[in-house]
Design a protein around this ligand. Structure first.
Ligand SMILES: Nc1ncnc2c1ncn2[C@@H]1O[C@H](COP(=O)(O)OP(=O)(O)OP(=O)(O)O)[C@@H](O)[C@H]1O
Length: 256
């Protein structure tokens, strides 16, 4: 059976501060696929995933993005989340005064209400937290604190894993979730992501290293360069890149 297209990006042009970063990018992601996005520093990888999550830095000047047959650019940031888009940021914001558990329960209930389901109460929420974090031995005490407030880099990433498990999004975008993590934490990330691969959820993950891709095998590896996807291959492209570097595979660093 033909897989459903979850996300289709056509001729996407995006400016940041009036400078064109994405210059006619095309990308199609189907249900159940894992896509890795690589590229030199400053190539525009984060700009792409920030644009998909409606970040205020990114101004779309041209192009079309279709998500589950809807015009994504017509949806605001909370509508995108309620429609099942999840973004793990390189540096998630710290929000003192907002309890982490309250924040997560509110996000879950917004999504449930949007999809015509009843809200979960405090007891159900706690039960679900225990179940999900228990499967992967993730410390749930983080939920008692304020959202990311004073969290270490690794704790912020673990908190995003809790959010992922609780929200069960359809399109998961991970921006360098492996950076700064200890070896055990990288394995936990991979275990969580692999557990979510049910043939329906799709992943777009930015990484610089082959390490994460060894644990979460991508169906496609894309190299973003000079504002477009300059090269696409399978996992062997990431291995080749790791071995030879960008220049040897024909990718010129636009910053040099
Ligand atoms: N808020 C901003 N103001 C000015 N320039 C920005 C801003 N955000 C991004 N840029 C610029 O846009 C370009 C693309 O940045 P982006 O973060 O998308 O790159 P990247 O491929 O994710 O890089 P890295 O691998 O280093 O994380 C860079 O030149 C960056 O300096």
């Amino acid at each position: 059976m033909e897989k459903e297209t979850i996300l289709k990006i056509e001729n996407l042009h995006v400016n940041i501060n009036d400078r064109e970063i994405l210059k006619g990018l095309n990308l199609e992601i189907k249900a159940g696929e894992v896509h890795a996005l690589m590229g030199t520093n400053g190539a525009g990888k984060s700009t792409l995933v920030k644009t998909l999550s409606a970040h205020y830095d990114c101004a779309v000047t041209q192009g079309k993005i279709t998500y589950k047959k809807k015009d994504l650019l017509e949806l605001d940031v909370s509508e995108r989340a309620n429609e099942g888009i999840f973004m793990s940021f390189q540096s998630p914001i710290e929000v003192a005064g907002v309890n982490n558990s309250y924040f997560l329960k509110t996000a879950i209930n917004a999504k449930r209400t949007h999809n015509g389901l009843s809200e979960i109460d405090a007891m159900e929420f706690l039960k679900l937290v225990k179940e999900e974090t228990g499967k992967f031995n993730i410390d749930r005490k983080l939920l008692q604190r304020d959202l990311n407030d004073g969290f270490s880099g690794g704790e912020k990433k673990r908190n995003e894993l809790i959010q992922l498990l609780m929200l069960q999004p359809d399109l998961i975008m991970l921006d360098e979730i492996d950076s700064g993590l200890d070896v055990d934490a990288i394995k936990t990330v991979a275990n969580v992501i692999n557990s979510m691969l049910d043939g329906k959820k799709s992943i777009l993950m930015i990484t610089h290293y082959d390490r994460l891709l060894e644990l979460i095998k991508p169906d496609f590896v894309h190299i973003l360069n000079d504002g477009i996807i300059a090269k696409t291959g399978d996992y062997s492209l990431a291995l080749e890149l790791d071995e030879k570097g960008y220049e040897a595979i024909g990718i010129k660093d636009a910053n040099k």
